[in-house]
Write a protein that binds this ligand. Structure first.
Ligand code: SF4
Length: 303
């Protein structure tokens, strides 16, 4: 296998989008005004222990706010409207249609990214997503975090991993791209368990993967647990582990994130994660040191 990513060493989504659309493509992080079944009592209350009060949409805003913020930097760019916070399919079909249509009507918006939970994709919503998949560029993000149900229960995720498998099958059947979120460092998980989550997800061959470093944020269930102590990655340990993971992924899985993005005023630990540039440089340096790249150790699953 050869390194087809050059000095980048792995299949990051930004160049992939540039190649597809012929220009810089920027994601607009949007708060769609939804809630989450894990907060309103339908599945649970209080949310996942790692989730902040804003439903993991720290930087989300409205389309005009986001365009104003980003267009100065990339005036020639096009946009993907990213419904990020809470559960962006947790509303009636007509509400979703109105939100998605409104987003697509903005000049320069060339597609949608919709973040949701695997248990929030009933048939009518899947039908709607299928429609948008015909009309525009779309991917659906699924917050899995771990395949280990015992960890998921401790984190109050409030759905079994089997729901994820069903959601992946439903999306794949409709040719809808899926981007899967995993959190690295959940309390009680060993590296081996995290690699099991990565392998499980890779076997579905999703369009993309988001690897999040576990963050302890203020006013979360995790913050309450933190004083009792659980292991958090050190920077060096994390960088090495990310490279281990990417080496064993197929080359065509696009990588949307390799660290976390916790807001400085909410972050309790690990504080080294605030220096995102250092982490990204560290990952490239480690790839270089090993003379390796994404997919170098990937093994085709045996039939
Ligand atoms: S992480 Fe997602 S599923 Fe969990 S509480 Fe937050 S918005 Fe809901």
């Amino acid at each position: 296998m050869e390194n087809i990513f050059g000095s980048n060493h792995f299949n990051t989504i930004a160049p992939w989008l540039r190649q597809k659309f012929g220009c810089r493509v920027i994601k607009l992080s949007l708060a769609g005004g939804f809630t989450c079944p894990n907060r309103d009592g339908t599945k649970g209350t209080g949310g996942c222990l790692f989730c902040a009060e804003d439903g993991s949409g720290h930087y989300a805003g409205t389309i005009p706010q986001q365009i104003q913020l980003l267009s100065g930097k990339w005036p020639e760019g096009k946009y993907i409207a990213y419904f990020q916070s809470f559960t962006s399919t947790y509303a009636p079909v007509e509400t979703l249609r109105q939100r998605f249509d409104q987003a697509l009507s903005w000049p320069g918006v060339i597609g949608l990214a919709v973040a949701t939970r695997p248990d929030c994709l009933p048939p009518d919503i899947l039908e709607l997503l299928w429609e948008y998949n015909q009309r525009t560029f779309l991917w659906v993000e699924l917050g899995l975090q771990t395949v280990h149900d015992a960890t998921a229960q401790r984190m109050n995720r409030c759905y079994p991993t089997s729901d994820f498998a069903q959601a992946m099958e439903a999306l794949t059947k409709r040719n809808i791209r899926a981007v899967v979120h995993l959190i690295l460092g959940l309390p009680g998980e060993t590296k081996e368990m995290m690699l099991q989550s990565v392998d499980y997800v890779a076997a579905f061959h999703p369009f993309g993967l988001k690897l999040h470093l576990l963050h302890v944020l203020k006013n979360t269930g995790l913050a309450a647990l933190y004083p009792s102590g659980f292991h958090l990655f050190t920077q060096q340990e994390y960088i090495g582990f990310i490279v281990d993971i990417l080496e064993q992924l197929p080359q065509d899985i696009t990588i949307h994130r390799v660290t976390g993005d916790g807001p400085a005023d909410q972050l309790i630990a690990p504080l080294w994660s605030l220096h995102k540039r250092d982490i990204l440089n560290g990952i490239q340096k480690e790839f270089k040191r090993r003379a390796s790249f994404q997919g170098m150790r990937w093994k085709q699953p045996q039939p």
